[in-house]
Structure formats: C-alpha cells, structure tokens
Design a protein around this ligand. Sequence first.
Ligand SMILES: [Zn+2]
Ligand SMILES: [Zn+2]
Length: 221
Amino acid sequence: MLQDMHLHTNFSDGANTLQEMAEAAVDCGLHEICFTDHVRKESDWWPEYFTECQRVAQSFLPNLNISCGVEAKVCDFSGTLDLPLSIDRKILQVAAIHRLPIGNRQFLRKDLLRQNGSFAVTCWMNTLSGLNKNPSISRIAHPFSLLPYMDITLDESFWNQVVHIFDKGSYLIEYNTKYDNSFIPLSFWKHFSPRIIFGSDSHSVEDLQKSCHTTIPYGLT
Ligand SMILES: [Zn+2]
Ligand SMILES: [Zn+2]
C-alpha cells in the first residue's frame, strides 16, 4: 500500500504520538496518511489534536502527505455522527457503523445482531442510506465490519442494494486491511474504484509496520 488513511494515535486509543506514526509511515514508504482518532460528543481534546496534526502535516511535506480526520460512530438513520458540537469543519469526518442504530438514538448490541435477523439487516441498510443525508461525511470506515455478526445472505440481491445506496453518495469508501474482506465481491471494489481508499486501522507503530507491507489483492493502488 502507498497510502494508509486510517491511523490512531495516543490522542484516542492508540499507543504512539502523531509524530511517531508519521515517522513510521515514512519508513514504510507510504506517500499519504490520514489520522482518524476516535471522537465522541464529549471529546474535548480535539482542538489540541487538530493543531498538532496540522503542525506534523506541515513538517512532513513534501515527502508525506498527511490529512487530519476523526472517526465517529453513526448514531441514526440520518447520518448523524457522534461528534463534538463545536468540531472544526476542516477536520475530515469519517463515519463508522461501530454499533447498529435502531432508531430513537438506541443501538443494538453486537451479540444481539444475529438473533434479531431481518430487523438488524433493515436497520443496517437504513443506517447506510442515512450517510447520504449528511454531506459533511467525507468517508466511511470499514463499512461492512458488522455484517459477519448478522444473519444475512450475502447474495447478489444484497450487494445490488448496497451498490445502489453507495452510488447515491459521494463520500469515499474504505478498504480496511484489519478486517476480513473475503466476503466482499471484487466487483464491489472495482465498481467504486475511484472512491476507494485504503486504511489499516493501526493503533501503534508496530501495527503500522506490520500492515504497510500488506498487498491489496485488487491492483487498485
Ligand atoms: Zn472503527
Ligand atoms: Zn479506527
């Protein structure tokens, strides 16, 4: 991979600083990275994080292109993210379906997804569709990470529905190397190739060193 658009630092649950992660990225031969620390509504450290990210970004030019983002969970069927209200609009907003919204700001626990069958699948589709209602979302992280927990037939009709939803959006779609991607058809990635970005979800320099030699099976980079 030449890019890694999904990195965490010690501002959230990562082990290393922005500076250390950027240095590791250069050592790995990456050309482009994005920091995507986890935020929630009550995260008050984002201004410091953003300032430090911009400083590091400036200092690594032109060898490494660094962008500054935050990863936040999707809360409902309207694409609302769990973000601090005052967040700077210049920070890239990365949406992640970490928990399944079921309406009224409620979520379904991961271990209950399977037994809730088609209800869970419908909520997942509604959550995905909702992303199209929020133009501030710049990308979606590991979009299919909850599917293995659901009672769902991943047939052509399922993927057609997914493609239809993504076709209506303009955000970028992440191929996350940390997750199992084997159940996602190649045709999906090919269809969206101009909108695909790659990320490892590394939480440490060690993770990054391991992941940067990952080969992407589709020849998309
Ligand atoms: Zn995530
Ligand atoms: Zn992440």
